[in-house]
Design a binder for this molecule. Structure first.
Ligand code: DX5
Ligand code: ZN
Length: 220
Protein backbone atom coordinates (compact mmCIF):
# COMPACT_ATOMS: atom_id res chain seq x y z
CA UNK A 1 0.00 0.00 0.00
CA UNK A 2 1.15 3.52 -0.70
CA UNK A 3 1.41 5.96 2.22
CA UNK A 4 0.83 9.58 1.29
CA UNK A 5 0.97 12.96 3.04
CA UNK A 6 -1.64 15.55 2.01
CA UNK A 7 -0.73 18.93 3.55
CA UNK A 8 -3.86 21.08 4.01
CA UNK A 9 -3.20 24.60 2.76
CA UNK A 10 -5.98 25.95 4.99
CA UNK A 11 -3.27 26.44 7.63
CA UNK A 12 -0.73 28.03 5.26
CA UNK A 13 0.42 31.62 5.12
CA UNK A 14 -1.52 32.71 2.03
CA UNK A 15 0.76 35.59 1.19
CA UNK A 16 3.53 33.01 0.62
CA UNK A 17 1.35 30.14 -0.59
CA UNK A 18 3.37 29.15 -3.68
CA UNK A 19 6.57 29.02 -1.70
CA UNK A 20 5.02 27.10 1.21
CA UNK A 21 3.48 24.51 -1.14
CA UNK A 22 6.82 24.02 -2.87
CA UNK A 23 8.49 23.15 0.45
CA UNK A 24 6.01 20.32 0.99
CA UNK A 25 6.43 19.04 -2.58
CA UNK A 26 10.24 19.06 -2.37
CA UNK A 27 10.11 17.04 0.82
CA UNK A 28 7.90 14.27 -0.51
CA UNK A 29 4.23 15.26 0.00
CA UNK A 30 2.52 13.76 -3.05
CA UNK A 31 -0.89 15.35 -2.47
CA UNK A 32 -2.02 18.88 -1.66
CA UNK A 33 -5.27 19.02 0.33
CA UNK A 34 -7.62 21.84 -0.69
CA UNK A 35 -10.51 22.54 1.73
CA UNK A 36 -13.55 24.18 0.16
CA UNK A 37 -16.18 25.52 2.63
CA UNK A 38 -19.46 27.15 1.70
CA UNK A 39 -20.78 28.71 4.91
CA UNK A 40 -23.78 26.36 4.66
CA UNK A 41 -22.66 22.74 5.09
CA UNK A 42 -20.04 24.11 7.49
CA UNK A 43 -20.14 27.50 9.23
CA UNK A 44 -16.98 28.83 7.63
CA UNK A 45 -16.10 30.02 4.10
CA UNK A 46 -12.64 29.29 2.68
CA UNK A 47 -11.71 29.45 -1.02
CA UNK A 48 -12.78 27.98 -4.35
CA UNK A 49 -12.10 27.50 -8.04
CA UNK A 50 -10.02 30.62 -8.86
CA UNK A 51 -7.53 29.87 -6.08
CA UNK A 52 -7.30 26.22 -7.15
CA UNK A 53 -6.74 27.20 -10.78
CA UNK A 54 -3.98 29.56 -9.75
CA UNK A 55 -2.05 27.16 -7.51
CA UNK A 56 -2.23 23.97 -9.53
CA UNK A 57 0.10 25.42 -12.16
CA UNK A 58 2.72 25.87 -9.45
CA UNK A 59 3.07 22.22 -8.38
CA UNK A 60 3.05 18.66 -9.67
CA UNK A 61 1.23 17.49 -6.54
CA UNK A 62 -2.12 15.70 -6.81
CA UNK A 63 -4.88 18.23 -6.11
CA UNK A 64 -6.91 16.56 -3.37
CA UNK A 65 -10.07 18.69 -3.20
CA UNK A 66 -12.25 18.28 -0.11
CA UNK A 67 -15.68 19.77 -0.77
CA UNK A 68 -17.43 20.75 2.45
CA UNK A 69 -20.35 22.18 0.49
CA UNK A 70 -24.06 21.42 0.09
CA UNK A 71 -25.03 19.53 -3.07
CA UNK A 72 -21.50 19.41 -4.50
CA UNK A 73 -22.85 17.85 -7.71
CA UNK A 74 -23.48 21.43 -8.87
CA UNK A 75 -19.76 22.24 -8.94
CA UNK A 76 -17.96 19.02 -10.01
CA UNK A 77 -17.31 20.19 -13.58
CA UNK A 78 -16.06 23.58 -12.38
CA UNK A 79 -13.55 22.00 -10.01
CA UNK A 80 -12.38 19.66 -12.77
CA UNK A 81 -11.76 22.68 -15.01
CA UNK A 82 -9.90 24.42 -12.19
CA UNK A 83 -7.47 21.48 -11.90
CA UNK A 84 -8.84 18.99 -9.35
CA UNK A 85 -7.49 15.42 -9.63
CA UNK A 86 -9.43 13.90 -6.77
CA UNK A 87 -12.70 15.21 -5.36
CA UNK A 88 -14.07 14.18 -1.99
CA UNK A 89 -17.70 14.89 -1.18
CA UNK A 90 -19.59 14.53 2.09
CA UNK A 91 -22.17 11.78 2.38
CA UNK A 92 -24.22 14.12 4.59
CA UNK A 93 -24.24 16.90 1.97
CA UNK A 94 -25.73 15.04 -1.01
CA UNK A 95 -29.30 14.17 -1.86
CA UNK A 96 -28.01 11.52 -4.28
CA UNK A 97 -24.58 10.23 -3.26
CA UNK A 98 -24.40 7.63 -6.07
CA UNK A 99 -25.07 10.27 -8.73
CA UNK A 100 -22.51 12.66 -7.26
CA UNK A 101 -19.81 9.96 -7.23
CA UNK A 102 -20.73 9.00 -10.81
CA UNK A 103 -20.42 12.64 -11.89
CA UNK A 104 -16.89 12.90 -10.43
CA UNK A 105 -15.81 9.74 -12.25
CA UNK A 106 -17.45 10.77 -15.53
CA UNK A 107 -15.35 13.92 -15.38
CA UNK A 108 -12.22 11.74 -15.21
CA UNK A 109 -11.30 12.29 -11.57
CA UNK A 110 -10.87 10.01 -8.59
CA UNK A 111 -13.78 10.06 -6.14
CA UNK A 112 -13.59 10.25 -2.36
CA UNK A 113 -16.46 9.95 0.12
CA UNK A 114 -16.26 11.55 3.55
CA UNK A 115 -18.17 11.12 6.78
CA UNK A 116 -18.38 13.55 9.71
CA UNK A 117 -17.55 12.36 13.25
CA UNK A 118 -21.24 11.80 14.12
CA UNK A 119 -21.98 9.67 11.04
CA UNK A 120 -21.97 5.88 11.46
CA UNK A 121 -19.20 4.12 9.55
CA UNK A 122 -21.69 1.50 8.26
CA UNK A 123 -23.30 4.19 6.09
CA UNK A 124 -20.28 3.95 3.79
CA UNK A 125 -21.03 0.34 2.84
CA UNK A 126 -23.29 0.93 -0.21
CA UNK A 127 -20.72 3.19 -1.87
CA UNK A 128 -17.38 1.44 -1.30
CA UNK A 129 -17.41 -0.29 -4.70
CA UNK A 130 -17.85 3.06 -6.47
CA UNK A 131 -15.10 5.12 -4.84
CA UNK A 132 -11.31 5.43 -4.75
CA UNK A 133 -11.02 6.81 -1.24
CA UNK A 134 -12.85 7.13 2.07
CA UNK A 135 -12.15 10.26 4.12
CA UNK A 136 -12.75 9.86 7.82
CA UNK A 137 -13.12 13.25 9.50
CA UNK A 138 -11.33 13.17 12.85
CA UNK A 139 -12.60 16.66 13.78
CA UNK A 140 -15.87 18.43 13.02
CA UNK A 141 -15.37 19.86 9.53
CA UNK A 142 -15.11 23.61 9.20
CA UNK A 143 -11.93 24.74 10.89
CA UNK A 144 -8.25 23.84 11.11
CA UNK A 145 -6.37 23.52 14.38
CA UNK A 146 -8.91 21.39 16.31
CA UNK A 147 -8.11 18.38 18.52
CA UNK A 148 -8.25 14.84 17.14
CA UNK A 149 -11.41 12.99 18.26
CA UNK A 150 -10.13 9.68 19.74
CA UNK A 151 -13.24 7.69 18.65
CA UNK A 152 -12.07 8.23 15.06
CA UNK A 153 -9.56 5.40 15.50
CA UNK A 154 -12.26 2.74 15.75
CA UNK A 155 -14.00 4.25 12.70
CA UNK A 156 -10.76 3.94 10.72
CA UNK A 157 -10.36 0.31 11.81
CA UNK A 158 -13.95 -0.51 10.85
CA UNK A 159 -13.57 1.20 7.46
CA UNK A 160 -10.47 -0.84 6.68
CA UNK A 161 -12.31 -3.99 7.72
CA UNK A 162 -15.30 -3.19 5.48
CA UNK A 163 -12.97 -2.55 2.52
CA UNK A 164 -11.22 -5.88 3.13
CA UNK A 165 -14.52 -7.75 3.49
CA UNK A 166 -15.58 -6.52 0.06
CA UNK A 167 -12.09 -7.32 -1.30
CA UNK A 168 -11.62 -3.79 -2.59
CA UNK A 169 -8.62 -1.54 -2.90
CA UNK A 170 -9.79 1.79 -1.51
CA UNK A 171 -7.57 4.39 0.14
CA UNK A 172 -8.38 5.58 3.66
CA UNK A 173 -7.60 9.24 4.29
CA UNK A 174 -7.95 10.83 7.72
CA UNK A 175 -8.34 14.58 8.27
CA UNK A 176 -8.15 16.75 11.36
CA UNK A 177 -5.93 17.15 14.41
CA UNK A 178 -3.10 14.94 13.16
CA UNK A 179 0.39 15.71 14.44
CA UNK A 180 3.71 13.84 14.61
CA UNK A 181 2.66 12.73 18.10
CA UNK A 182 -0.51 10.83 17.03
CA UNK A 183 0.06 9.99 13.36
CA UNK A 184 1.27 6.47 14.19
CA UNK A 185 -2.03 5.70 15.95
CA UNK A 186 -3.88 6.79 12.80
CA UNK A 187 -1.65 4.67 10.55
CA UNK A 188 -1.84 1.67 12.88
CA UNK A 189 -5.64 1.89 12.71
CA UNK A 190 -5.48 1.51 8.92
CA UNK A 191 -5.16 4.95 7.30
CA UNK A 192 -2.80 5.36 4.34
CA UNK A 193 -3.36 9.02 3.43
CA UNK A 194 -2.73 11.61 6.13
CA UNK A 195 -4.05 15.17 5.98
CA UNK A 196 -2.14 17.62 8.13
CA UNK A 197 -2.70 21.37 8.16
CA UNK A 198 -1.40 23.01 11.32
CA UNK A 199 1.20 20.31 11.88
CA UNK A 200 2.78 21.08 8.50
CA UNK A 201 2.28 24.81 7.93
CA UNK A 202 2.58 26.23 11.44
CA UNK A 203 6.37 26.28 11.60
CA UNK A 204 8.84 25.11 8.96
CA UNK A 205 6.73 23.39 6.29
CA UNK A 206 9.76 21.69 4.73
CA UNK A 207 11.07 20.29 7.99
CA UNK A 208 7.60 19.25 9.17
CA UNK A 209 6.89 17.45 5.88
CA UNK A 210 10.23 15.64 6.12
CA UNK A 211 9.41 14.43 9.63
CA UNK A 212 5.98 13.13 8.56
CA UNK A 213 7.48 11.42 5.52
CA UNK A 214 10.01 9.55 7.64
CA UNK A 215 7.17 7.99 9.62
CA UNK A 216 5.02 7.28 6.54
CA UNK A 217 7.92 5.58 4.74
CA UNK A 218 8.49 3.28 7.68
CA UNK A 219 5.00 1.82 7.00
CA UNK A 220 5.65 0.94 3.34
C1 DX5 B 1 -11.25 20.81 8.49
C2 DX5 B 1 -10.45 20.53 7.24
C3 DX5 B 1 -9.08 20.04 7.48
C4 DX5 B 1 -8.17 21.00 8.22
C5 DX5 B 1 -7.17 20.18 8.99
O1 DX5 B 1 -12.55 21.04 8.16
O2 DX5 B 1 -11.10 19.55 6.45
O3 DX5 B 1 -8.45 19.62 6.26
O4 DX5 B 1 -7.49 21.88 7.39
O5 DX5 B 1 -6.43 21.03 9.76
P1 DX5 B 1 -5.58 20.54 11.02
O6 DX5 B 1 -4.56 19.55 10.50
O7 DX5 B 1 -4.97 21.81 11.49
O8 DX5 B 1 -6.52 19.90 12.00
ZN1 ZN C 1 -10.03 18.65 4.70
Amino acid sequence: MEYILAPSILAADFKNLGCEMKKTEENGAEYLHFDVMDGMFVPSISFGMPVLASICGATEQVMDVHLMIKEPIRYIEDFKKAGADLITIHLEACEDVHATIAKIRECGMKAGLSICPETDTEELAPYLKEIDMVLIMSVHPGFGGQSFIPESLSKIRRTRQMIAEQELSVDVEVDGGIYLTNVKDVLDAGANIIVAGSAVFKGDAGENTKNFMEILKSYE
